[in-house]
Design a protein around this ligand. Structure first.
Ligand code: FAD
Length: 369
């Protein structure tokens, strides 16, 4: 059996990696678009404190966070150790002690179903600042020890390298479906036609363009995000926890950088420019929460397009009316968390195995017209 995967962000890379563990032939095609979400992503893996009520979304994000340690071990066995994944814990900030109590209660409730949350501790402003020195003194926090961060770029590359080692062929180019009416028999790429038994489309925000020739309007919209990387001179930041302020912004650190962001721009289309307004928005919010970052040097600003499907709910499954196409999309703002897990599930679907998630909760027909 021959399977082609279109799109090698976190989702396609994970799908190809998991397929590579079986005996099917796998080809992965990626166009390396500027603004690949995975390439720009921050890297927070901490879904449990979210106040979003959608159960299907939470099920997926929770499953994603739980799956990481297992996947990291599998990659290590394939010799891939550079993923930037680390359980550094998360500080969820608030100035109001009552709000912190409520947050901790919510986390405790969720821990019954998700022991991977780890320890839940309310910290005073002084204790909070001790764990993340650039913070202003006004915030206490709830510390959750199971929170992690991951470098999206490194994780994607580890999955791709692992896949390659297990025989996946990777091509760079623009993939288009090769079809006659409702029968899709392969993919055209770089002037070449490659036939396949099955095609998996994990092309993120760009997926509508692939499905249009089939007469399908696939409702994925790009949400532009700008995100800033800073460097704090002579500061050891590798083990600092992820910071989630009461706003929709965040601050996290890696060995060599501090990442602050991000913007949420719904009207920008695929405009991949770094803008004055974007930088102003991010830095004014970040420096209000963490004034100690003002001495940081600016390393770079990345831009990515979060793929959103209707209802902000991801979709996964067969494309209705086509018997050999699978689609997964809509990972939105939490795809680094859920992407590796959803890719493993997608590989199971492609191989005719049963999935852990009830995929009828993520029906692809909800995203097409
Ligand atoms: P993408 O990573 O966008 O990959 C799609 C790929 O398909 C691209 O490489 C593109 O070139 C390719 N492609 C498209 N069309 C074609 C074609 N015709 N032929 C060949 N290739 C094609 N999530 C978290 O969990 N935690 C976070 O902290 C977090 N922070 C984020 C911060 C930012 C700034 C952004 C932008 C996102 C963040 N996310 C985060 C969300 C996460 O990054 C995304 O949900 C996830 O990366 C989406 O992955 P994807 O594989 O679906 O799409």
């Amino acid at each position: 059996k021959k399977i082609i995967v279109i799109g090698a962000g976190i989702l396609g890379a994970s799908t190809a990696y998991h397929l590579s563990k079986s005996d099917v032939e796998v080809l992965l095609i990626d166009r390396k678009d500027k603004g690949q979400a995975t390439d720009a992503a921050a890297g927070i893996v901490c879904p449990w404190l979210s106040q979003r009520r959608n159960k299907a979304w939470y099920q997926l994000a929770k499953g994603g966070a739980r799956y990481y340690p297992e996947l990291i071990k599998m990659l290590e066995e394939d010799g891939e150790t550079d993923t930037g994944y680390k359980r550094v814990g998360t500080l969820s900030l608030h100035a109001d002690p009552d709000k912190l109590e409520k947050m901790a209660e919510r986390a405790l409730k969720r821990r019954k179903e998700a022991p991977e949350i780890g320890e839940i501790t309310i910290l005073s402003p002084e204790e909070t600042k001790k764990r993340f020195p650039p913070l202003s003194v006004e915030f206490g926090s709830v510390f959750v020890s199971g929170g992690a961060r991951v470098n999206g770029r490194a994780m994607r590359d580890a999955l791709l390298n692992g896949a390659k080692k297990n025989g996946v062929q990777i091509f760079q180019g623009n993939a288009a479906l090769f079809h006659e009416g409702n029968k899709v028999s392969g993919v055209s790429v770089n002037g070449q036609t490659i036939l396949a038994d099955q095609i998996i489309i994990t092309a993120g925000a760009w997926s509508n363009e692939i499905l249009k020739p089939l007469g399908i309007n696939f409702k994925v919209t790009p949400q532009k995000a700008q995100i800033i990387h800073l460097e704090l001179p002579k500061t050891e930041t590798a083990d600092w926890p992820v910071v989630m302020p009461p706003t929709n912004q965040y601050i996290l650190t890696f060995d060599d950088r501090v990442v602050v962001g991000a913007t949420h721009e719904d009207e920008a289309g695929f405009d991949n420019r770094v803008t004055a307004g974007g930088i102003h928005d991010i830095l004014s919010k970040a420096l209000a929460v963490a004034p100690g970052l003002s001495e940081g040097s600016l390393l770079e600003t990345r831009v990515g397009f979060r793929p959103f499907t209707p209802g902000f709910l991801p979709v996964i499954g067969p494309l209705p009316n086509f018997n050999n196409i699978l689609v997964a999309n809509g990972l939105g703002a939490s795809g680094l968390t859920s992407g590796p897990y959803l890719g493993a599930e997608l590989a199971k679907l492609a191989l005719g195995k049963s999935t852990e998630l009830d995929i009828s909760n993520y029906d692809v027909s909800g995203a097409i017209e």
